[in-house]
Design a protein around this ligand. Sequence first.
Ligand SMILES: [Zn+2]
Length: 582
Amino acid sequence: MNSSTKARVASVATTVYVVVALGGYRPACVVSPVGTATALGQIRPRPIISRTIGPPCESSPIFSRTVSRTSVGFGNSVESSVELARRAWTRLDYKAALDTLDRARSDFRETPPLLAAYGSVYLKAEEPSRARQYLDRAIKLDGGCAEAMLGEAEASLLEHNYAAAEDWLRRLLTTNPTDNKNASSGHVLMARVRLETGDRVEAEAEAARAIKADPENAHALYIMAFLRAAQRKPAQVRSLAQRALEIDPYLAGARRLLSQYLNGSAGYSQKVDAVAMHHFEAGKALEAQGRIGEALSEYEAAASAEPGYYRALIALAGLNLMQREYNKAVAAASRALEVDPEGAIANMEIAYAQIGLGEQSRTEIGATDYSLRFYQDRLEPVKSSLLRLVFPDYDKLSGKGRFVLGKSVSGLASFLPGLASVSARHYLLRIDQSVSECAGFKELRDRTTFDGRYYASIRGVGGRIALSGIEYLDEASRGGFNAIAHEFAHQVHETAMSVEDQNAIRRLYATAVREGRALDYYAAANEFEYFATGYEAFVSGFKRPGATLTARHTRDELRARDPGLFSLLAKMADKSAQGGAD
Ligand SMILES: [Zn+2]
C-alpha cells in the first residue's frame, strides 16, 4: 500500500440504487459514505469521555499483521522514519506519525519524501490546505517526487478540483512508468476522480489498472469492491473487500461495506452457559432502562463467564462505542469476530470504532472538529410530542442526539401529524441490533435486497415503518451525509403528502432532469430520490471535505442549482416553523 493515497476512498459514497417499495420493503437508499461516518454517542446517558487513543489495543489475529510491524529491523534513515510514520497513520494514530516525522526532520535533512509524508498525514486528517503547505515545498525541491504528486492530486480531489487532480495524476503516471506502487496509487486516485465525476465505466478501468500494477494495494481492492456493489455483484464485493481487509485491517470503509454483505449466524446459534446468559439478559434489561454502567458490567460478566459469547461481546462493543471508548469497542468486537468472522455487526462495530478513532486522532493534531460547527447551527423548534410519536426512541437520545434529529426533520415537521395519523414510525436501531430483530421485520432474517445485501445486515429500511441505524445521527453531526433526513423525506413523500404536493414534485423533477438541475445522478433516478436528496441538501448547512459526490450537497448548492425545488422546500419549512414547539 502506498504513501499519499491514503484512502479517502473510504469516503466514496456507496450509492445503492433506488427502489421504491420493492416487495414491501425498501432497503435504505444510500449506504453511509463511510469516510465521513462516525460512531455513536447519541444515546443517553453519555458520560464525558476523554480521548482514549493509546497504543493500539487490538490483540486479535485480524490486526496481528499490522500490529507486528514495529520499529524492529528498521534502519536509521529518512526512509525508515517515513515507513514508521506510514504505519502509524495507517493504524489511525496521526499524532504518532507526526512525532516520528518531527524526529526525522531534526535528525536528518528535510527531504521531499519527508515533506510528502507530512502531507499524507494531513490528507488522512482531511485537511487539504495544511497538507499543501508541505506538498508544495516538496514539489519545489523535487518536481518529480511521486509521493508529493500523489498528495497534490489527493488534496485537489478533497477540494473537488478534479481538473487539477487529473493534471497531477497524468504528470505522475507519465514520469514514473516503472514505479508500480505509486502508479497503482495514482490509478486509485484517478478511479476516484472518475467516480466523483460520474464516469463509472472509466472508474472501473482505472481500478483494474491499480490492481494490476499492485495486487496488494488494499485501496485498489476496496474501490473495486465498491464498484462491484454498484453493479450488484455481491460475491465479488465480499471477496474483494475481504482481501482488502486482510492487507489493511484498518480500512474502515471496506469493513463497513463488507458488513452489509455478510450474514453470519454462528454467533446467534451458540449454546452458552446458563450463568453467562443470565448476565447477558440482565444487561439487556438494564440497557433498556438506560442504566448503561450496570449493563456494561453485566455484559462484561457474561463475556467473562463465556469468553466467546458473541451476543454479549457485540452488546459490550455497542456500549463502548456509545461511550466513545473506541479501543475497548475494537477489542470486544474483535473477540466476537474470532467466534464468527462472518458476523455483520461485529464487523460494523470495528469499522465505526476505527472511524471514531480517526476522528479523535484528527482532533488531536488540530484538524477541524466539524461537530462543533454543526451544533452551533440554529435549530427550528419542533414539537417534541410529535417527534416522540413518530420516533419512538426519542426519549433515549441525548440532548445532542435530539438536536440532530430535530435538524433532520424540522423542514418537514408540518407533516408529522399526518405521519402520526397513519401510524408511521421511524425507529432507530441500536448499534448491536439488526433490522431482522425488530418487530414486524423478523421474516427478513435471510432475505437479500435487490442488490445482494442482507436485510439482516443493512442499517436501514424505508417505508411507513422505517428503521435507521442510530450511528447516522453521529455521521450527520460531523458534516457527513444525513441519512435520517433522507429517509424521513421518503417517509413524508410516500405516506403523508397531499396529491398536490406530490404532483408539484413530479413536475419539478421532470423540469430538473430536462434542464440538468438534479443534484447528482442518484437524485436524477426518479422523483422520490430527487425529493429525498433535495431535502437532505436543504437541511445541510455545510459538509466536510471528505463527503463525496452523493453525500456532499448543501442548502446553498440546492438554492443555486435547483431554485424550484428549493422554493418548494422553503415553503414547507416556513409552514413547519409556524408549528412551533410544545
Ligand atoms: Zn433514497
